[in-house]
Each structure stands twice: as C-alpha cells, then as structure tokens.
Design a protein around this ligand. Sequence first.
Ligand code: IPD
Length: 277
Amino acid sequence: DGVTVTELRDLAVRLATAAGALVREGRPERVEVAATKSSEVDPVTVMDRASEDLLREMIAAERPDDAVLGEEGDDLPGTSGLTWVLDPIDGTVNYLYGVASWAVSVAVVAGPPEPASWTVLAGCVHSVADGRTWSAGLGEGATRDGVPVHVGAPASLSTSLVGTGFGYDAGRRREQAAVLARVLPEIRDIRRLGSAAIDLCLLADGSLDLYYERGLNPWDMAAGVVVATEAGAVVTGLRGRPAGNAMTVAGPAGLVGQLARILEEVDADGAGGVDHG
Ligand code: IPD
C-alpha cells in the first residue's frame, strides 16, 4: 500500500510510547499484591493484556490490513503481507519487582512472522522506567532518543561484557547454567538484565559487547533485531543457522563468531553437533 519504512518506524514509536505510558501508570505498588505471573488474573497479566489491547486497537485504526502476532493475544491474520510483532511488557519480572529494565517492544515484519523467514522493516523498544527509546528502520540506521547508535568495538572476547537471559523452565535452566559455566571464564563478565529486547538495544549502542540467548520468542526479539543489525551487529544462530528460538547470538562481526564457536562446542542450541546417544 505504498507505506514507507519511515512511516512504519514512526508508528512503531507511537505505539510503544502509548502502551508504555499505560503500563507505567498501572504498575502495582507492592510485589505482595502483584503475586507472580502464574495466575490468569494477577496484575502483571492484567497490564500485559491492557498494553497489548491498546497496541492492537491503534494498529486496527491505522493499519487495518496488517496482521498481528502478540505475546498475549490470538494471532490476527492480515492481507497486506505485513505483521506487527508485539511484546506488551518484555521483562515482566523486572516490572513486577520495580527493577528499571522492562520495555514495550513493537516491530513490523514482512513475510512469515518467524525469525528464520521474516524481514524486520522497523522496530521500537521503549524502556519505560527510564524513558529511553531505541528505534530502527531497515536501511535507515538505529537511534536511541533520536541519536544514531553503533555497536562497540571490543578488542577481544576476554574484554567483552556479554548479556544473556534464561527461560522459565527448570530443565532448560540447568542446560543454560552449564553453557554459562563454559562461557563465563572466557569473557569480561556477564549481565542478566531481564529484558531480551533491551539487551539487544544495549548491544546496539555499545553498552553490551555481545549477547546470546536460547529460547527467545519472536516478540522478544523482533524489534531488538532490527535495532541491533541497523547499528552494525551481526545477529545469527549457531552453525550457520539463522537467529531464532534455538539460539540468538549478536555482536560485532569480529567477535560474534568466537562466541558462537564456544556455544557450538557445548551444543548450546540443543540442535545437534553433539551425540547425546
Ligand atoms: C523474557 C525476557 C527475558 C528473557 C526471557 C523472555 P518476558 O520476556 O525477555 O530477558 O530472558 O527469555 O521470555 O517474559 O518478560 O516478556
């Protein structure tokens, strides 16, 4: 329909900012009240849903032919070939505890909304607690609060600050802990900040040198991927596979391969290369 990347990016920013304001106002004061995200009616789930509902209403009003894929709602089909990929609160545990690292993540992709086959056209990650906003459009570069950002140039793996994250499943966490035990002695230090979307943006502006995580969903990564790649990062999986749920490794070209090789050695994506017999 002739929409430009710039227009899509502007809309992503407006969407993320509006949902961020809603969710900031609604944040429960006390953790005891909020309980955990285990019940269908806890306040975090309620705010997740409210944020996603607002995003979907705004998209329906401005881009009625686009599809929507969101963490909290049913997939909405579309006819335009574009899909909005929404994480209404990325970093829900931080949101629950009042730790500043949580975001609304909004991206728009062309093609099937899966990391292996999509082209992310534009995205915005709005870190609500501190008001920082990263955005990018394909071919336009990436910015934080309007200022262009670029990945850092760490000299070596041993001087690299590496971000990662863990899933919620205990079995998966045991595997992730074993991978971390292999990675940690090779790097400057590790950060588990609690929002994959923000992690990818911190990588984009050089606040982290590298990032890896197994188990990401499309909505955790879509906006962060376009911000990171437009800032000069390579974002990939292991053994030449694309980034995605099995593994996402991101960083400057020179170092991403070094980290990927260590992750491959320990079969960090669980996708083979090691015979577990
Ligand atoms: C989670 C965060 C976290 C990452 C998890 C995600 P959520 O998203 O991005 O940093 O380690 O893999 O599921 O549940 O807060 O939207």
